[in-house]
Design a binder for this molecule. Sequence first.
Ligand SMILES: [Zn+2]
Ligand SMILES: [Zn+2]
Length: 254
Amino acid sequence: MELKVLGCSGGVGGQLRTTTLLIDEDIVIDAGTGLGDLNLQAMSCIRHIFLTHSHLDHITSIPFLVDTMFDNIKEPIIIHGLAATIDALKKHIFNNIIWPDFSRLPDSEHPVMQYQVMELGETIELNNRKIEMIEVNHIVPGVGYHVESETGTFAFSGDTTTNDTFWDALNKHDKLDLLIVESAFANKDIELCHLSGHYCAELLGPDLAKLNHKPEVYISHNKPGAEGLIFGECQKAILTHTIHPLSSGQSFTI
Ligand SMILES: [Zn+2]
Ligand SMILES: [Zn+2]
């Protein structure tokens, strides 16, 4: 399984892109600004989008993707997410005001995109890649994913603050090779972390200690400009795992 990081920042500016993880050629987890860096050929290969939650930095490229691919799509792109996430897309994005309702275009029998509600704990298997949805703790209903192929496993936290659900679910699996977990803010913004449902190093350290596996851990979703500070604080606070910074363009064979 190939994992390519198209975006993993908390914002934009220069080379920064918001969350998009490409699995092989056909699956993405989240559709942030990083998705827009794919060329048309690569975009046409995307068949499934798994969303962690409804926030704009994670969904912003869906409207442009389906519009750009409109003439080339033979089968709908499937948008997987919690019912609350799908409802938000229907109500606030594809509402014929902000953007056309592409789930009914060119016609409702053959749309270019199709919603598929997923339940917490559900696993979907696509060509030997098993994708499990796991509850996390964000300011809107949010999830992370555990992805398993015949050769390896990785997990992605999405946006979250302190929780047990994500760590408990990962501990139920036999192994974990790679983990991407967010740490959005510096420790001085711990109150903001509580209010907005994000980690800082002080909150992430004790939570990572709940994880029984010892994967390589990559830190994502940093506030632009604070990457160095956040990573330094994570190095001090995380005593149980080896951590690395994550940046757009990195890829992993798992
Ligand atoms: Zn969010
Ligand atoms: Zn976010």
